[in-house]
Design a protein around this ligand. Structure first.
Ligand SMILES: [Zn+2]
Length: 341
């Protein structure tokens, strides 16, 4: 099953560029060995510590050349893990020798240069919830500018950053939506029922984590009932949650409630460098923990594609790829009783 998870064509919808940098990439761009050790051994830590670790990765993407090469490398690593469609996300930021516009342009150039027949790559630009309202408005202007310039590359907007700080400003995301951006939102990473209600009312296209929603996971019956009506696809990042201690274990991860209730979800890495994981590894963990079969794993990939922010044309190309792979790799028993498979 490990080989199957590795070979299965996969769709990654929740990957932060800076958190996805591997140890090799950090080393190449001059991060100190001690820092890398701290970055890559983020086993059992807290959300606070993880946000500190991001500062280390930012050193490796602080010049145009390093940012370009780091982005190309991250895409290569996903491609070699048989990820056929990747939505990378990053927050536009300025550095000593780089404006916010140059940061976004450099990432877009790396994405365009890296696309191949093996992997399709799109961009989600993030708003940091720790920023003030005025700062968030400024970032939105940049995001809309690049959505207009590269409509096929910039597909969505995301709300991320330390969930214990800052706020969700609805009008910013309403404006994003009016400008044809899909909306993903980190939601319920900590218990905050009032904010979850506001987000549900807005109805983003996808939610990240959704940890504290189900009543068995410190949510409430009211939140869960509302969720089951909305059925917004959730990007689950199991290793990230277990390492950050927001989930007790893989067995006790809230994904099980989504499986039980047949609610839409996908599997993601969040920050493959920080959490030392791969998308194949996340599939393997879910397979082992919940005893899934090959057909069910393939179906996760297939469903994930339908929750992506890809254009219909791109979805058709990728759907065909997934169907062909299934025919060649998953045996359908010819016995009449199994015809419905
Ligand atoms: Zn995330």
């Amino acid at each position: 099953m490990e080989t199957f998870c590795s070979k299965l064509p996969k769709i990654e919808l929740h990957a932060h560029l800076n958190g996805s940098l591997s140890r090799e990439t950090l080393k190449k761009f001059g991060c100190a060995d001690n820092d890398i050790l701290e970055y890559n051994q983020a086993k059992q830590t807290t959300l606070d510590q993880v946000f500190d670790i991001f500062k280390i990765a930012h050193q490796a993407t602080s010049t145009k050349q390093n940012l370009y090469e780091s982005t190309v490398k991250v895409i290569e690593e996903f491609a070699s893990d048989n990820v056929i469609y990747l939505e990378l996300r990053t927050t536009p930021r300025k550095e000593a020798d780089m404006t916010e516009d140059e940061y976004v342009e450099t990432v877009i150039k790396a994405l365009l240069d890296s696309e191949s027949s093996d992997i399709m790559v799109k961009l989600i630009l993030s708003i940091d919830r720790r920023h003030t309202y005025d700062q968030q408005v400024e970032t939105l202007k940049t995001i809309i500018k690049y959505k207009k310039l590269y409509p096929d590359v910039v597909r969505g907007i995301d709300l991320s950053g330390d969930p214990t700080k800052g706020a969700f400003f609805r009008d910013i995301f309403e404006k994003a939506r009016r400008n044809e951006l899909f909306v993903a939102m980190h939601c319920a990473e900590i218990k905050n029922d009032a904010e979850v209600m506001e987000m549900f009312d807005f109805k983003p296209d996808r939610l990240g984590h959704a940890t504290f929603i189900h009543p068995d996971f410190q949510g409430s019956a009211e939140l869960w009932e509302l969720y089951t009506k909305l059925q917004i696809p959730v990007e689950f990042c199991l290793t990230s949650n277990v390492v950050c201690l927001t989930s007790k274990s893989y067995q006790e991860h809230h994904v099980r409630e989504w499986m039980k209730a047949n609610m839409p979800f996908c599997l993601s890495t969040d920050d493959k460098g920080v959490f030392d994981t791969t998308l194949s590894n996340e599939f393997r963990i879910v397979q082992q923990t919940f005893s899934l079969n090959k057909e069910e794993l393939w179906k996760i990939s297939k469903n994930t594609l339908s929750y992506s922010f890809a254009t219909d044309r791109d979805k058709n190309v990728l759907n065909e790829k997934l169907d062909k792979w299934k025919l060649a790799n998953i045996k359908i028993l010819k016995h009449p009783y199994y015809i419905c498979l």
